[in-house]
Design a protein around this ligand. Structure first.
Ligand code: NAI
Length: 454
């Protein structure tokens, strides 16, 4: 039998592509070596958000006095949080399996390797059998980056150093957690463990946390978490991992911080080895599979989507890349655009961002204006956030008066940042946006207020 499409990897890119292609009538087989749903469902987005929700509820009640709620004997049961997280993951994984089945996708839970190309198509081997496909979609995801720091491999072996995967399954929370890397994963994990009472220290190489996020907003986020007890060491380079400590260099001085566990969150690397791309000469660049705007690789009929392309390692990017790949397989014109992909750090408050930040726009030499507005302008935000600081920021093109980017540090920003993405995608002008009615009272109105301040 010759399949129309072989999908390697059952994460967001792989399962969505398989579903879409199956629904369109293609004969699809999907290989997954671990658990369907990939990192996102099993050990990434979903488990983290489930745990962070418990932490948020707990924080809310612990600070209930501010809202007229008295709580005594309050506690959080980490074991029950993990059990609920596992239940949510199980439900979603089973939902994906059902969706694949109803899209007529053959799911094989085994590791697949591309072995060759012959006159019939691409040959993939799995479980000792060979499968032929007219097309292949590589959606093998990414793995945590492991920096070459002395002591790290011993630490990983001993379970003293962990990655986000293990951090979502620690049975007994550590007394002291040192997080290396203050990017998205580092901050979300730091937020959870801080809420449940762990003493958390974040060591970050750059002079700010939050990666590419806007500097004004991440400074506020850092202050919020400093008040909650997290210690941050910025411009700090980890030089060694000991048995119960992390050594780092800051301002030319060597310093140490003791730890019960060390979380490594210094980025992720595309999974390009072990899948046989060398057998069909797929080109890579800086460790990622090269794709064009149709998500096609250098080999005709071979596509790649998701983290393995190394472009924007986010599940929602993977979904869209998968759709673009499948549409092109079906002969429908579709191209991938990366200009308005939202990104969210699910701290409390959460930080949502889309498009250019002030720094990226200035680095590209764009002629911009910026608007900054305190979240105190939002009635709903004030009603629900005692003492928490937040901010919204817009980046606008000075000449065309269109939105180039938006960043919001406030809860629910994850739910409305897509509106700003739409302004960017559609090139709406400030005058056009002014005519859009926002529901009142909502936190989203801050965008309207910011637009009217311009
Ligand atoms: P990241 O790239 O967001 O952050 C890594 C941080 O580690 C950076 O700030 C970097 O400067 C720092 N760093 C690198 N080497 C270091 C060293 N030796 N010592 C100290 N600091 C060092 O990567 P992260 O947080 O690991 O996340 C990986 C990927 O997963 C990202 O692409 C992210 O987009 C994605 N992700 C997205 C989530 C979301 O959308 N909410 C949640 C979790 C992950």
């Amino acid at each position: 039998m010759i399949y129309d499409l072989i999908v390697i990897g059952g994460g967001p890119a792989g399962y969505l592509a398989a579903e879409r292609a199956g629904q369109a009538g293609l004969n699809v087989i999907c290989f997954e070596k671990s658990s369907v749903g990939g990192v996102c469902l099993n050990e990434g987005c979903i488990p983290t958000k489930t745990m962070l929700y418990s932490a948020k509820l707990y924080d809310g009640v612990a600070n209930g006095e501010r809202y007229g709620i008295t709580s005594t004997g309050l506690s959080i049961d980490h074991g029950k949080v993990l059990a609920r997280k596992n239940k949510v993951v199980r439900m979603l994984v089973s939902g994906v399996k059902t969706a694949l089945k109803s899209s007529n996708v053959v799911l094989v839970e085994a590791e697949a390797v591309i072995t060759e190309k012959n006159h019939q198509g691409y040959i993939v081997s799995a479980n000792g059998s060979a499968y032929t496909g007219k097309r292949v979609l590589i959606a093998t995801g990414s793995s945590p980056a492991i920096p070459p720091v002395p002591g790290i491999s011993q630490g990983l072996e001993a379970g003293f150093v962990i990655t986000s995967k293990e951090a979502l399954n620690i049975a007994v929370p550590p007394g002291k957690l040192v997080v290396i890397g203050g990017g998205i994963i580092g901050l979300e994990m730091a937020a959870y463990y801080n809420s449940i009472g762990t003493d958390v220290t974040v060591i970050e190489m750059l002079d700010h946390i939050g990666g590419e996020n806007d500097i004004d907003l991440v400074k506020i986020l850092q202050k919020n978490y400093e008040k909650k007890g997290i210690k941050f060491y910025l411009s700090s380079k980890v030089t060694e991992i000991g048995n119960d400590e992390v050594v780092f260099e800051k301002d030319g001085q060597s310093q140490k911080v003791s730890a019960d566990k060390v979380l490594l969150s210094v980025g992720r690397r595309p999974n390009i080895s072990g899948i046989g791309i060398e057998n069909i000469n797929i080109l890579t660049e800086r460790g990622a599979i090269i794709t064009d705007e149709k998500m096609q690789t250098n080999q005709p009929g071979v596509y790649a989507a998701g983290d393995v392309t190394g472009k924007s390692m986010l599940a929602h990017t993977a979904y869209r890349e998968a759709e673009v790949a499948v549409n092109n397989m079906l002969g429908k014109k579709d191209v991938m655009q990366y200009t308005a992909i939202p990104s969210v750090i699910y701290t409390n408050p959460e930080l949502a961002s889309v498009g250019e930040t002030e720094a990226t726009a200035r680095a590209k030499g764009m002629d911009i204006d910026t608007v900054k507005i305190s979240m105190r302008y939002s009635g709903r935000y004030l009603a629900e956030n005692e003492g928490g600081d937040g901010m919204a920021k817009l980046i606008l093109d000075r000449e065309s008066k269109t939105v180039l980017g938006a960043q919001v540090l406030a809860n629910y920003s994850s739910e409305f940042i897509v509106a700003c993405g739409t302004f960017i995608e559609r090139g709406l002008t400030v005058d056009e946006i002014k005519k859009i009615v926002f529901p009142h009272p909502t936190v989203s109105e801050i965008i309207r207020d910011a637009i009217f301040q311009y």
